[in-house]
Design a protein around this ligand. Sequence first.
Ligand SMILES: C[S@@+](CC[C@H](N)C(=O)[O-])C[C@H]1O[C@@H](n2cnc3c(N)ncnc32)[C@H](O)[C@@H]1O
Length: 280
Amino acid sequence: MDYILLDSGNKKKLEQIGPYRLVRPAQNAVWKPVLSEAEWAGVNGIFERDSTGGGRWKWLRGGVAPSWNVDLDFFNMLVKPTDFGHLGFFPEQYSNWQWLKKNVSGFGAQPKVLNLFAYSGASSLAAASAGANVCHVDAAKGMVDWAKENLKLNSEIPERIRWITDDVIKFVNREIRRGSLYNGIILDPPSFGRGSQGQVWKLEDDIMPFLELCGQIIDKKSPYFVIISCHSQGFSPSVLSRLLCDVFSSKGEIQSGEMLINEKNGREFAAGSYSRLLCR
Ligand SMILES: C[S@@+](CC[C@H](N)C(=O)[O-])C[C@H]1O[C@@H](n2cnc3c(N)ncnc32)[C@H](O)[C@@H]1O
């Protein structure tokens, strides 16, 4: 595993990502760091957020390569520091990737899995490597291209991923009209987003009607699953599990919790919430 969360504190996190050490903002890390100031200073880059919500990288000690590959246990990913401080993967999704790797094969031969707000494709890779036919949907062409590059770094993963650059609401409505059905849906909706033609996505207004649309394309005659994750304030594990129970089924097996990253110092770092519903 080429990702290690070395420490956190003072509203920042110190991460080792392959050969590089980086410092990025972490608003909830209000405690004191465990490692010394010297450890925190010896890094290759620091992302500093500005008042607009964006920010900039400050490069130190020669900085980093424009992109590099990391082994995330289940697959390799291409890392690129972006203008908004992201690197192209969310390590807190590890337990969801683990769940997909372990469970997708239990949904029959080549189950159909839909990955919405699919970003750089980590969950698409996890589902495809476990035998699924994946439909990967994201509004940003640049993100879909990045996800395709990630698949190329994993020659052992079957190329059974359909790539869609579109607004998720528009896409799901189209699937309803076509009568398409899926055995599993994965979604990691942002607080705020934009569809491919600028359609506004606002989590608190759009999530419930959107999940109801998703409920129309899940194949309830066979075993199915839904995984939702969120980084938005207020969208706690119990809120997410209530949404899944209300929309999809209150009789399935539900697992919910915080998305946690194990820090090297033995502590846990919370980065959002997840809920997984499994109906057999
Ligand atoms: C992975 S999610 C958010 C990740 C993380 N939960 C966060 O809060 O930063 C972000 C992805 O959703 C995509 N996205 C946002 N609004 C969208 C929409 N209406 N339709 C399709 N994709 C959308 C973005 O392009 C981006 O790749």
